[in-house]
Write a protein that binds this ligand. Structure first.
Ligand code: ADP
Ligand code: MG
Length: 253
């Protein structure tokens, strides 16, 4: 086994997150510990308000926990300043949102290539464009490269957003309800793409969702309730779920 199999791409230890202060304080996460590995697609379930988005943002270094530690690629990132976090995010994390966040005035291939060309100004645009088109082909979007976002279906837009994230070659891809606005067929297609991203490219993929139809595409299912991690299960090939038993470092208490 490679190092890949053992170590978490991102790990949180005993984290909690509070919004506001005093009487008005909301405890969005309470004492959550978990590690996310490369090569796995993890689904994160839980009722609205249970802390899913908060956890996703902490995993992606978009938000600090109030307490506890975060380790990204074995580096402790707790306490780093915003500039350092931004650099880590750029280098290692990709984000996909429910509403795609594509730029309406740019063509599909430009939407995919733009973030990469901003970050990697030394690479030529034509090389980024070529890579963008290869990715679009792999995601079943050949022939749509020169369209604008409003000429695509929801499922196609979401796959463009995934291609944009993939072009940055992230070790960790975080998606917040990526199939919520899609019909069943489009949702399955997006789920299959996210599964391949985990399994073929060995990315760590975490998807917040309410859609239980995505479970067959996943390796692991986490459930939050009232800010607590109430279950952590492995999905087996036969669709059965068992406790996710490979433990990570215990939290420091
Ligand atoms: N920026 C914020 N300010 C105050 N409260 C927030 C903020 N973001 C989230 N919350 C609260 O924290 C709890 C968890 O929110 P969130 O992580 O968005 O849950 P979910 O994604 O599961 O719906 C909710 O009670 C929500 O109202
Ligand atoms: Mg949310």
């Amino acid at each position: 086994m490679t190092e890949d199999h053992h170590s978490a791409v991102v790990e949180v230890r005993g984290i909690s997150r509070c919004y506001g202060e005093g009487e008005a304080a909301v405890h969005a996460l309470r004492d959550v510990s978990l590690g996310i590995r490369a090569g796995e697609l993890t689904l994160l379930f839980g009722p609205s308000g249970s802390g899913k988005t908060t956890l996703l943002q902490i995993l992606g270094a978009l938000l600090h926990p109030s307490n506890g530690e975060v380790h990204l690629l074995q580096q402790r990132i707790t306490g780093r300043d915003e500039e350092q976090l931004a650099a880590l995010r750029r280098q290692h994390c990709g984000f996909v949102f429910q509403h795609y966040n594509l730029l309406s005035t740019l063509r599909v291939w430009e939407n995919v290539a733009i973030a990469r060309s901003v970050v990697d100004a030394t690479g030529s645009l034509s090389r980024h464009a070529e890579e963008a088109c290869t990715l679009l082909r792999q995601l079943g979007l050949s022939g749509l490269e020169r369209r604008f976002p409003n000429q695509l279906s929801g499922g196609q837009k979401q796959r463009v957003a995934i291609a944009r994230a993939m072009l940055m070659k992230p070790r960790l891809l975080l998606a917040d309800e990526p199939t919520a606005a899609l019909d069943t067929v489009a949702g399955r297609r997006v789920a299959a793409v996210l599964n391949a991203l985990a399994h073929v490219r060995r990315c760590a993929v975490v998807v917040v969702t309410h859609d239980r139809r995505l479970i067959p595409f996943a390796d692991r299912v986490l459930t939050l309730a009232d800010g607590e991690l109430v279950s952590d299960q492995r999905v087996h090939a036969n669709g059965q779920m068992r406790p996710y038993s490979i433990s990570v470092h215990p939290p420091h208490r």
